[in-house]
Design a protein around this ligand. Structure first.
Ligand SMILES: Cc1ncc(COP(=O)(O)O)c(C=O)c1O
Length: 426
């Protein structure tokens, strides 16, 4: 199936008529969430210690994922930080992470005083590549942090096997993949802990910022709950009830979620199944519309996963199209369809790592005496280093209609078709 829409052949970026002038439907879009937030504001109970919405959100989130414990926090970055700290990961340890991602997956490792080691990625799913993980393990490795990137589950069977073989923890970064499934099982439930982000444009959100940790392990859950609340324990052993003794057995932070966020999250969670179904339907329609478009390769969805399409990532087919990804993205955007490159600088080439810029004026935690290993950043991960040159990110959201998806397909076909034609002409 291909789109039959008729459009001006001249690119909008060159002065032609754009495929679309009306903005695409906004995301996120709140309705009952607004009432829920107002109710909290009117109640005067705004912090999680005084209200009950964050606790309710945690209970509902744990039930959705079929796990015993869920701990709400202030962001996805905080979720990863707390999860790693709850496992006791710290100075002298290293943690294996993906090289093709947002930095929020990696800095929590450093904030725990440990060292991230980046692995290469699978060129089809853009997720961490298990064989590369195997090669990166050192005597100091304590955990693997696989990211389910763009909503596509990472290769959990192989990663679990590696973790078992080397006695490593798995902390899943499911910040982009709420409700995605790998062989029928929800991502976030494979590792010792699963971490989620509720940042503004995520699959579900809590008014801009927010995060959640899930686990089945009572001890880890207890530690995580304390760490996100100043490492504090109350008189009766609970975290928020009982007389406050200001008693702090472990190092903690203030990573608490607010009651407004909790109340919004509770409403958003109810919508998650519908959101996932709509995202998948929209993404599959776009893939169908682009199926005969020369020059682009739609996202790969292995048959044993349920991708939730946080983002729709197009791969440029370099056998027929040489135009830089930035030029293509700018031309598609000019057609009225926002498009960008995807993570143009891989994590192992970020200055913070290449130059080992650590705490204060030191290189801690990257070098001895804090870390006995010798980690080198900057090169050696060929797929993560080259693939961003081929990727274009298109925003997906459940509010897009079939007509919107047709416009997206039209803009892509128009731009890619023009550049292929132009190459042939020149
Ligand atoms: C894969 C990944 N990990 C971690 C994070 C950090 O989450 P947050 O922005 O909520 O701190 C993000 C956020 O965008 C992300 O996409």
């Amino acid at each position: 199936m291909s789109s039959s829409r008729i459009y001006d052949q001249k690119l909008a970026i060159q002065g032609g008529k754009p495929v679309r002038t009306k903005p695409l439907p906004a995301w996120p879009s709140y309705d009952e969430e607004i009432e829920a937030a107002i109710k909290v504001l009117r109640s005067g109970k705004h912090a999680r210690q005084s209200g009950s919405y964050v606790a309710q959100f945690e209970t509902a989130f744990a039930a959705y994922f079929g796990v015993k414990y869920a701990i709400a926090v202030s962001s996805g970055t905080a979720a990863l930080h707390v999860a790693l700290a709850a496992l006791g990961i710290g100075p002298g340890d290293d943690v294996i992470n993906t090289a093709h991602c947002f930095i929020g997956t990696a800095t929590p490792i450093v904030h725990c005083g440990a060292v991230p080691i980046f692995a290469d990625i699978d060129p089809r799913t853009f997720n961490i590549f298990p064989n590369s993980v195997r090669e990166k393990i050192t005597p100091y490795t304590k955990a693997i942090v696989p990211v389910h990137l763009n909503g596509c589950p990472a290769e959990m069977d192989e990663l679990i096997e590696i973790a078992k073989q080397h006695q490593l923890f798995i902390v899943e970064d499911a910040a982009q993949a709420h409700g995605a499934r790998y062989r029928g099982k929800l991502v976030g439930t494979f590792g010792q802990l699963g971490c989620f982000s509720f940042w503004e444009d995520k699959i579900i959100s809590t008014a801009g910022e927010g995060g959640m940790i899930i686990t089945d392990d009572e001890y880890i859950a207890k530690r995580a709950r304390m760490i996100q609340h100043h490492g504090e324990l109350r008189n009766d052993g609970d975290y928020y009830q009982g007389e406050r003794l200001y008693y702090h057995p472990i190092l903690g932070y203030n990573f608490r979620m607010t009651e407004v966020q909790g109340a919004i999250g509770l409403v958003q969670l109810k919508k998650l199944p519908l959101y996932i179904a709509k995202r998948r339907k929209n993404a599959h329609l776009l893939t169908q519309l682009l199926s005969d478009t020369v020059g682009v390769l739609p996202p790969y969805e292995p048959e044993y996963v349920e991708h939730v399409y946080y983002k729709y990532i197009l791969k440029l087919d370099r056998r027929v199209l040489e135009t830089p990804a930035l030029e293509i993205a700018q031309a598609i955007s000019a057609e009225g369809i926002p498009a960008t490159r995807r993570y143009p600088t891989p994590l192992h080439q970020q200055p913070i790592f290449v130059e080992k810029r650590g705490f204060g004026k030191t290189s801690a935690p990257f070098t001895p005496p804090w870390y006995p290993g010798n980690v080198q950043y900057g090169s050696g991960l060929p797929v993560a280093e080259t693939i961003p040159k081929d990727l274009i990110m298109i925003r997906m959201n459940p509010n897009l209609t079939d007509e919107d998806i047709e416009d997206i397909a039209c803009a892509i076909r128009k731009v890619v078709g023009y550049y292929i034609q132009h190459q042939e002409d020149s």
